[in-house]
Write a protein that binds this ligand. Structure first.
Ligand code: HEM
Length: 351
């Protein structure tokens, strides 16, 4: 994400092989198996959804991103990764012992060593169909492999880009469906019609049929965008809202604000997935909805995100009614990535 122009274009093209239909079909199978297994254990329990989906998303990433089975090695990598991300919000900015920064720097060191070792191994022995193996063996247009340290950096970034965003948006969708049981029912009916019964496998070829689920997810991304603001730098001078912005200025594009503009979104606080019917979308400004950014850097993993959320919703809603206590309204920490402050208390009542 921090590269630009030719280097960015070349790497983005090389990495995009990991999101082609064949690998995506492989990830879909891994996601469906992992989600079904974990969701089955949530039956009848009142639980905090946010930490549960965070843990599940990490475990799923070990499988489909790294090609590792759930177990001690995956746990060690997940811990290093969480420590590294946590360091970003540490108050002490030096890697002193017992501080977030200390743990974060140690976590990053562990990950860099692990990824470096594994790039060499997967290049020599051939990897699996997981995302990391695809990256490790990705080539530029002239057939050259990417430098090892760049594969390592891309992989670290990819895990960050994928993890908290999916965790945040899965939580907001679960919250909005718990608050809007009529929509929960419509998505349940859709999932049952497509999969054929409670907890049945979700087939990759059927993902396009989850139209209402996709609209509800888009509406959750509108109301609580996981990336509230996207940074850019003005390449040339331009004018916006009566202000002259000189070339070189840092610009923040706020999805959180744009998604609430009444001119594009009547009753902006209302949860209404029907804003995303093809007819409504065609009538709206192309950039009125930007949870995945736009232009040259637009999110590379958005189809992966749709896939994971559709499978998760189908596995949950065909088994359970998602319930909250009357009057319950968790506070959301808005920044850097939105999350429910109390962890989001829900009950999965078996149907
Ligand atoms: C709901 C989930 C997600 C949201 C809301 C989201 C949002 C974003 C946003 C706003 C950007 C910056 C776009 C820009 O600057 O125009 C971005 C970039 C990116 N995302 Fe996502 N993302 C999500 C999930 C994922 C997943 C699952 C992956 C990978 C599997 C991923 C991989 C990436 C990558 C590689 C970039 C950098 C692209 C580039 O700079 O060319 N994202 N994402």
């Amino acid at each position: 994400m921090l590269l630009d122009f030719d280097h960015h274009r070349a790497d983005r093209r090389a990495l995009s092989i990991a999101f082609k239909p064949e690998p995506m079909r492989h990830y879909a199978g891994a996601l469906d198996r992992g989600i079904a297994e974990r969701v089955a254990t949530w039956s009848g329990r009142q639980m905090l959804f946010y930490p549960a989906i965070k843990e599940l998303t990490l475990d799923l990433a070990a499988d489909s991103f790294l090609g590792l089975p759930w177990g001690p090695e995956a746990d060690r990598i997940n811990k290093a990764f969480v420590d590294m991300v946590q360091a970003a919000v540490g108050v002490v900015r030096k890697p002193l012992p017992f501080t977030k920064m200390g743990r974060g720097v140690a976590g990053r060191k562990f990950l860099v060593e692990y990824f470096t070792r594994e790039v060499h191994r997967r290049r020599a022995e051939g990897g699996g169909q997981d995302m990391f193996s695809q990256f490790a063996t990705a080539t530029h247009e002239d057939g050259s492999l990417m430098p090892v340290d760049e594969v390592v950096d891309h992989m670290s970034f990819l895990m960050m880009a994928a993890h908290d965003t999916i965790t945040s948006s899965a939580s907001s969708l679960v919250w909005l469906l718990a608050k809007n049981p009529e929509w929960q029912e419509r998505l349940r009916a859709e999932a049952l019609a497509i999969t054929g019964g409670p907890g049945r496998p979700v087939r990759y070829d059927d993902l396009g049929k989850f139209e209402l689920t996709e609209m509800a997810f888009k509406e959750a991304l509108r109301l609580i965008p996981p990336v509230p603001s996207t940074p850019r730098r003005a390449l040339r001078e331009f004018e916006f809202g009566g202000y002259r912005i000189p070339a070189g200025t840092q610009v923040g594009i706020s999805a959180a604000s744009v998604h609430k503009l009444e001119a594009y979104w009547p009753e902006p606080e209302k949860f209404d997935p029907l804003r995303f019917t093809p007819e409504q979308v065609a009538k709206r400004h192309k950039y009125a909805w930007v949870p995945f950014g736009g232009g040259a850097h637009m999110c590379l993993g958005l189809h992966f995100a749709y896939m994971q959320i559709k499978i998760l919703m189908a596995q949950m809603l065909t088994r359970y009614q998602i319930e909250i206590e009357p009057g319950y309204a968790p506070k959301w920490q808005p920044w850097p990535i939105p999350q429910p402050k109390d962890g989001l208390r829900v009950t999965f009542r078996p149907i």
